[in-house]
Write a protein that binds this ligand. Structure first.
Ligand SMILES: C[S@@+](CC[C@H](N)C(=O)[O-])C[C@H]1O[C@@H](n2cnc3c(N)ncnc32)[C@H](O)[C@@H]1O
Length: 294
């Protein structure tokens, strides 16, 4: 694996060096590489619960659903945007460093690595992607090790990202927690933050089945990011709208488990959904690239 050597010690912030089975810093803080290949850099004081983030059940539901490639268009569009940015940079023969913040079970991260790894840059050199994917859920991080051995998977929180300041060409936040201070700290000055968020009609048919009064609210991350980031509306952003036909009971339930509606909807609404064998739903996603404010 080509290593993204940007990890820092979560205790003292010095660089971490990897040996076969361990990461350690010059102050001799040591972190074992788990047998699956990930490293746990989440400090106990940064956890709000014993097992933070998505549960095993949610992770497996997302793994199965994403493997159905219902969201492949989102992944492909993201990969195209990132490749476009890579190719627009003069020194594109250098390693391209990416951190996926809240990478879940690694579907998008793995597909991005595969896409970049099979491309050549302007000079004919391979792209050489070096990707870190981290998540606060140890279950999710373990599952992501099943997707790829070419990515450095890490258990960590977006509030304290164990990555060197100004080291990353791109940071991804796909349907995950946005922490502007940390994202701006780890990005290079000309780096790009890619945020995926849901539009007003995302999964509207699912929501219509679950709630009497469906609100067409869309979360716009631009205001959350405004102090640190400016959106790149045209070149490196995209609105993705299409419909998917889900033709299995299992996949409908997996989709529900992946969303916050699993916690919000009443038991009787969920029971009604549980009787369906097929469902057509709208996908409405905004993928927005942001650069650091000057
Ligand atoms: C909706 S999922 C998205 C996962 C992945 N990006 C995707 O699109 O498939 C949100 C993820 O954020 C993780 N998460 C929640 N709080 C976090 C935090 N403070 N730091 C890092 N990850 C976090 C959850 O465990 C979960 O895997």
């Amino acid at each position: 694996m080509t290593v993204n050597n940007s990890l820092i010690c979560p205790v003292c912030s010095h660089s971490l060096n990897r040996t076969d089975k361990q990461f350690s810093c010059e102050n001799n803080h040591q972190f074992d590489v788990a047998k699956q290949g990930y490293v746990n850099l989440l400090q106990p004081q940064h956890k709000k619960s014993k097992q933070p983030g998505d549960s095993q059940e949610m992770v497996e539901a997302r793994f199965r659903f994403l493997d159905g490639n219902f969201y492949q268009t989102i992944s492909d569009t993201l990969n195209e945007l990132i490749l476009k940015d890579y190719l627009s940079k003069a020194e594109s023969s250098q390693a391209y460093k990416i951190t996926d913040a809240g990478s879940g079970e690694g579907y998008y991260t793995q597909r991005l690595h595969h896409c970049l790894d099979t491309q050549t840059g302007l000079t004919g050199q391979p792209v050489n992607p070096q990707i870190i994917g981290f998540d606060i859920s140890q279950k999710a991080v373990k599952a992501s090790c099943r997707r790829s051995k070419s990515i450095q998977w890490v258990t960590a929180t977006s509030s304290h990202i164990p990555v060197k300041s100004h080291s990353q060409d791109a940071v991804l936040s796909l349907f995950s927690r946005i922490v502007p201070d940390e994202f701006s700290r780890i990005l290079k000055q000309d780096g790009i933050l890619y945020v995926a968020s849901t539009g007003p009609n995302h999964l509207i048919e699912l929501r219509n089945k679950l709630y009497q009064d469906v609100k067409q609210l869309a979360y716009n991350p631009t205001s959350t990011l405004a102090e640190k980031f400016t959106p790149l509306e045209q070149e490196l952003s995209s609105t993705i709208r299409y419909k998917i036909d889900i033709n299995s009971h299992q996949a409908i339930n997996d989709l529900l488990l992946m969303t916050p509606h699993y916690w919000r909807a009443t038991e009787s609404a969920k029971a009604t959904l549980n009787t369906l064998e097929s469902l057509t739903v709208s996908i409405d996603i905004m993928l927005t690239g942001y650069r650091l404010c000057q």
